[in-house]
Design a protein around this ligand. Structure first.
Ligand SMILES: [Fe+2]
Length: 431
């Protein structure tokens, strides 16, 4: 195999090791259980990634016949909402592992022989292999969210603590106005929704140099932010009232204004300078209004994360073009938690923003829509069917995102009420 093919095989293998590494410590019952109506049984995710791999790397690439036609229904995310999936005739933990290993064996045989023809968009630079590896890593992040919802003893992972934080000054920076290039035509493994690259004209704006921390968020709670309607949008207030929101998910009051939080089965004191996590869009929006600010648009976020002042050159990541290392960003579940503000000085953006990649996904004020000139690829169900819906864009990845599945142009989206994801935010304001 050539270097490219070896790299693709390694990417697939890395994703698989990660998936199995997450699930192998669990009992069969915990792999089969529905830990939350918002999430799939973990073993559904596992077999689903194998089914997706079969669809794309066997059927689409090598024109093979379905291995088990029933899987086209059971493992189609559009046919069954998450809360239904525990009632489907899904493969058990051992069967699922056997099945996905069999698929993988056939995939590697095909990869050995296939010509990665640059004239075929699906195969050029191994795009479809990158798509499948990223898909598995995205499900691994989803599984990490499921694991954080497990009751009882919880998941209790062993992980090294993150590097220490450092005070970051100034607290916000001014980003110049003008036209910049949003999205990408150059990233080989970018999804359709990140394309095409296009010019966007922005007014100058201010943006926070760090994500909003637990300490800052506690001040919002202590000031009565959850009970003051002025800070909430109409939809946000309705949701806050119906869901009885009083604090981020997993927080518990400990008296005297103190809070603890539950993390994978451990109850611990809040770390003051850690980015706040598990807030929904409406909470982020209310905090920003209370602070006299607003959420950034996704264009503002991307400019602050990737455009060099002066030259206007676009970087792949805030620190430059080289792939993320441990020094740049908190990714790949290395620490199983966000790192404190200022922990990654080597990862700072050209404008001085810290931790734009990794730690927590950052809510933006933008709804999820197509870029001008968008064309779905390789299938409309990846992005197109979600455009124009009630989704908000999140940027930058979290501590649970794999380094190969994030970049400055990457767009994630979710409902504004969701907070089981590893979501935080930073604020912006008009200049
Ligand atoms: Fe999926």
């Amino acid at each position: 195999m050539g270097d490219l093919k070896e790299g693709l095989a390694d990417a697939l293998e890395g994703a698989r090791q990660r998936s199995l590494g997450l699930l192998d410590p669990l009992s069969e019952a915990d792999q089969l259980a529905q830990h939350s109506p918002l999430m799939s049984p973990l073993v559904w995710d596992l077999a689903h990634v194998g089914h997706y791999e079969e669809l794309w790397l066997l059927r689409a690439v090598a024109r093979t016949r379905p291995i088990d036609p029933a899987h086209d229904d059971i493992y189609d995310a559009f046919k069954h909402v998450r809360k239904e999936r525990a009632r489907l005739p899904i493969l058990g933990p051992a069967e699922a592992r056997r099945h996905i290993a069999m698929v993988r064996g056939r995939v590697l045989d095909v990869l050995d022989k296939v010509e990665l023809d640059p004239a075929v968009p699906l195969l050029s630079e191994g795009f479809v292999y990158g798509m499948v590896a990223q898909h598995e890593h995205q499900h691994d992040e989803t599984m990490l969210a499921t694991l954080s919802l497990m009751e009882g003893e919880g998941y209790r992972p062993a992980a090294e603590p993150p590097p220490p934080g450092h005070p970051v000054t100034p607290a916000e920076v001014r980003v110049d106005g003008g036209t910049f290039t949003m999205g990408t035509d150059l990233e080989a493994w970018a999804y359709d929704n990140e394309r095409p690259a296009h010019g966007i004209d922005l007014a100058p704006f201010w943006i926070d140099t760090t994500p909003v921390t637990n300490a800052a968020y506690q001040a919002f709670i202590a000031a009565g932010g959850y009970d003051d309607r002025r800070f909430w949008s109409e939809a946000g207030w309705a949701h806050r009232t119906k869901a009885r929101l009083v604090a981020p998910q997993f927080w518990r009051p400990e008296g005297g204004g103190a809070w603890s939080r539950l993390r994978y089965g451990y109850r611990e004191q809040l770390v003051a300078d850690e980015p706040v996590m598990h807030v929904c869009f409406f909470e982020a929006e209310a905090y920003a209004r209370w602070a006299g600010k607003r959420l950034p648009t996704e264009a503002e976020w991307e400019k602050a994360a990737s455009i060099e002042p002066g030259s206007g050159r676009k970087r792949r990541y805030p620190w430059g073009d080289e792939p993320p290392t441990e020094a740049h960003a908190n990714l790949g579940q290395r620490h199983f938690r966000p790192a404190p503000a200022g922990a990654y000085p080597a990862g700072v953006s050209p404008w001085g923003c810290h931790q734009m990649i990794g730690d927590v996904w950052e809510w933006t004020s933008s709804s999820f829509d197509a870029y001008p000139g968008f064309a779905w690829f390789p299938y409309p169900e990846y992005s197109q069917v979600f455009f124009g819906g009630d989704y908000r864009v999140l940027r930058g990845g979290s501590w649970a995102t794999q380094p190969g599945a994030i970049r400055a142009t990457f767009r994630n989206w979710d409902y504004p009420i969701r907070r089981q994801i590893f979501s935080g935010f930073r604020c912006a304001r008009d200049a």
